[in-house]
Design a protein around this ligand. Structure first.
Ligand SMILES: *Cc1c(COP(=O)(O)O)cnc(C)c1O
Length: 459
């Protein structure tokens, strides 16, 4: 054993070799030395436990280079999202438009007028520029922007109903993934939830009967991630807004996704539009920046100026405000909506959601032969119709027709597919599919960089 120990190189000597000098240049001496010490310790452990040298003993430089590269890899790895879910929360939801990406990098590089009004040379308000744009697009009087839609709901409740009651239908006490539940948010915001109606049916008279001197708000929550079907009744926003106006109570709506354009024009299922709710008299509407809007993570609140002023002045707004990079990305994204005819070409979310089924099929037919050549020995590959989904809680019922390349294990073992999925997760650019019905599905709807994908899966 001592002869094995004596074969371990000294770190000083290693550091003087040309290969490690190069690594030293690239990564710096302290980090390189740390890696080499770890390797040396590992080698000693191997000798002690297994009476041999580690497998990489013949090339310490190459092993160190591989370890350094792994350590320097970002934790936010780019992946191929072939799950079939376009707005995949765990994979970062919306991809930004090129113009939004450009706006972010420009804003990151230079000082900007974030809270500085050039004409008055005094401190402005960081949501001002975007509020004007949002008012133009939605017809609202004013707007407020926070970190995400969950924060938007929290802020609306905390600022407008502290210690008071908020009336919500029992059919709308939703849970969104990630522990966002309307009753819990109410509690955190310091207000009292007043449930009305039943799970399947709520009437206007239920809201009216629940109003008392403690009532601060009437609230609607868009049931974005489920649908109640059958014997149902819900009170529409316009009707509730009229009741609110009659009783002098603001009506707020958590819209979840919300879309600034009518999606049915593209053959997609219609989603409620913030501008329509504003027109129907709702006082405040909140929605996400990175769902159907196709922008950065943000919570957008639009509506009556007097109420928005109260949100802007609340201490929570300071804690929930967004940074300049988010504002830059959001502004550039919103500007695209001024030219709706170009939106489909410029906004990745809309481009992916509206991809033509025939085009996806042709892509599958192009990809099948090379993939077959690379994987056909152990797996049976097929082109199969499938359904993509929008994701992020929107439109769960309606699905988008798409095509997948599916992989089935020729040996008929489910574990073979698990191993395949695992192997693809370890690739330089991981490929993420969906295991279903004894097959591994690669839904091609979100595959745009075809050459890179082929290189990744066939080399
Ligand atoms: C998605 C969603 C939220 C949470 O929005 P985030 O931007 O993810 O914080 C809240 N309410 C509804 C109805 C939603 O669909």
């Amino acid at each position: 054993m001592s002869t094995l120990y004596s074969q371990l190189p000294a770190i000083d000597r290693l550091l003087r070799t040309p290969a490690l000098q190069a690594l030293n240049e690239q990564y710096g001496q302290s980090f390189l030395t740390r890696i080499l010490r770890d390797m040396q310790q590992e080698a000693r452990d191997t000798i002690r436990q297994q009476h041999c040298l580690p497998s990489w003993h013949n090339d310490w430089a190459q092993e160190a280079a591989a370890r350094l590269a792994r350590h320097h890899r970002s934790a936010l790895r780019p992946v191929f999202n072939l799950t079939g879910t376009v707005l995949h929360t765990n994979l970062g939801r919306a991809l930004l438009a090129e113009r939004a990406i450009g706006a972010v990098s420009q804003t990151a590089r230079q000082a900007v007028t974030l809270e500085y009004a050039l004409d008055e040379a005094e401190r402005g308000h960081r949501d001002r520029a975007l509020a004007n744009l949002l008012c133009e697009l939605t017809g609202a009087e004013d707007a407020c922007i926070v970190n995400n839609n969950a924060a938007a709901v929290l802020l609306m409740l905390a600022a407008l109903a502290p210690g008071k009651e908020v009336i919500v239908s029992r059919g709308e006490l939703v849970e969104i993934g990630g522990a966002f539940r309307i009753p819990d948010v109410m509690l955190q915001a310091g207000c009292q939830l007043r449930e009305v109606g039943t799970t399947n049916r709520t009437h206007l008279k239920d809201y009216r009967a629940a109003v008392n001197e403690q009532t601060a708000l009437l609230m609607k929550v868009h049931t974005s991630n489920y649908q109640v079907q059958g014997f149902t009744k819900a009170v529409g926003e316009a009707e509730l807004a009229a009741l609110g106006a009659e009783l002098g109570l603001p009506v707020i709506t958590d819209l979840g996704s919300g879309s600034l354009i009518d999606l049915s024009q593209y053959g997609l299922p219609a989603e409620p539009m913030p501008q329509r709710l504003i027109a129907s008299g709702v006082s405040l509407v909140s929605f996400s920046g990175d769902k159907l809007l196709g922008g950065p993570q943000a919570g957008i609140i639009v509506g009556k100026k007097a109420l928005i002023d109260r949100l802007q002045q609340h201490p929570l707004k300071r804690a929930l405000r967004v940074d300049k990079l988010t504002l830059a990305a959001l502004e550039a994204t919103l500007q695209l909506y001024r030219q709706p005819d170009r939106l489909r070409a410029e906004l990745p979310t809309l481009r992916l959601l509206t991809r033509d089924r025939e085009e996806i099929l042709q892509q599958a037919q192009r990809l099948l032969p090379p993939l077959q050549a690379a994987w056909g020995e152990a797996f049976t590959l097929e082109i199969a119709p499938c359904s993509s989904q929008i994701g992020s809680g929107s439109l769960p019922v309606d699905r988008l027709p798409s095509y997948a390349i599916t992989f089935a294990d020729k040996a008929g073992r489910g574990s073979g597919l698990e191993a395949l999925a695992q192997r693809w997760r370890q690739l330089e650019i991981p490929v993420i599919g969906r295991l279903q019905e004894g097959r591994l599905w690669l839904d091609l709807r979100c595959l745009e960089n075809e050459p890179l994908f082929l290189r990744t899966l066939t080399s």
